[in-house]
Write a protein that binds this ligand. Structure first.
Ligand code: GLU
Ligand code: ZN
Length: 298
């Protein structure tokens, strides 16, 4: 047995589909403060597995924003589209295939319309390699329980949430669910800290970890920022890029919304402010909160 406890290893995993907006900056800030206040590492992964959504140059702008906010990451940046990562996904897919947990799905969008969970049409059909198909994994109809670091005990059942889900898409791209599980394991991620909008995906990820024999990290989902209408700030929602020119003001606002204590208004560099935030980090102050309403995008 290995008695050496793994070093806390957290990560930030933005999709390069645009600039960081206030919501994604919050994900960076919360996961950073969690990692650093636990003397941990903080890794950066560009989640470009869905390359159809990649905006050229967005990765570089994300790096610039993180640097301007003094959120410095450890090690090399990982890209999901790199040859090495793709090979890892292929190996994971193969393992699931060897376990007889996959099948080809040829359902069209139209056939699936109106179904919240996949009805299992293709489960019993023989695979036909020539027709375009996605690959689904067969889920168990059992509850998956985990203790969320911010949201407390959770119970989710993938069979009821979504049914057999895609791990490879019809267009040949690996799915987010498979990629994220393989990546977190390969990077030795011990703690996943992300927005509550992804809470629902967690059981699917734990399910894949169990089938693939990978460790399950600790999960913690923090509240998302919504507008007055309860809608999440997102790129689709016209949330604008965070202002890289004034990181101190944006960071103070983020800390305030997270109920964190703030330093006096004395002048501070961004580096000092981030260090202050880490030193005074109190996640208990937003534990259990599911959303934070904020009127205007800073
Ligand atoms: N790439 C996802 C996003 O930008 C984050 C996924 C995750 O943290 O697991 O929303
Ligand atoms: Zn199908």
């Amino acid at each position: 047995m290995n008695n050496k406890a793994a070093v806390y290893t957290g990560r930030f995993a933005p999709s390069p589909s645009g600039d960081l907006h206030f919501g994604s900056l919050l994900a960076a800030l919360v996961s950073y403060c969690e990692a650093r206040s636990n003397q941990g590492l903080w890794r950066l992964r560009i989640e470009d597995v869905d390359s159809t959504r990649t905006v050229i140059g967005a990765d570089e702008r994300i790096f610039k924003t993180l640097q301007a906010f003094a959120l410095h990451w450890d090690g090399d940046v990982i890209y999901q589209t790199s040859e090495q990562q793709q090979e890892h996904y292929q190996q994971a897919l193969q393992k699931l295939q060897e376990l007889n947990l996959t099948y080809q799905c040829r359902c069209t969008r139209k056939q699936l319309a109106g179904h919240d969970t996949y009805p299992g049409h293709c489960r019993l059909l023989p695979g036909n390699h020539s027709a375009p198909h996605s690959i689904r994994v067969i889920v168990d109809d059992t509850d998956i329980c985990f203790d969320d670091g911010f949201q407390g005990p959770q119970k989710q059942n993938p069979a009821k949430q979504c049914g057999d889900f895609n791990i490879k898409r019809k267009d040949g791209l690996f799915s987010y669910q498979l990629a994220v599980v393989v990546d977190d394991a390969n990077s030795g991620i011990t703690h996943v800290v992300r927005g509550i909008d992804i809470l629902e995906s967690t059981a699917r990820q734990i399910f894949l970890q169990q089938k693939l024999g990978l460790p399950t990290p600790q999960y913690a989902h923090f509240p998302i920022i919504t507008n007055q209408h309860g809608r999440k700030l997102s790129k689709q929602n016209h949330a604008t890029a965070v202002n890289r020119e004034d990181p101190v003001t944006v960071t103070r606002l983020a800390l305030q919304l997270l109920n964190q204590s703030l330093p006096d208004k004395k002048p501070m560099t961004q580096q000092q402010l981030i260090q202050w935030a880490v030193d005074h980090w109190q996640p208990d102050r937003f534990k259990g909160m599911k959303q934070i309403v904020y009127g205007a995008t800073p």
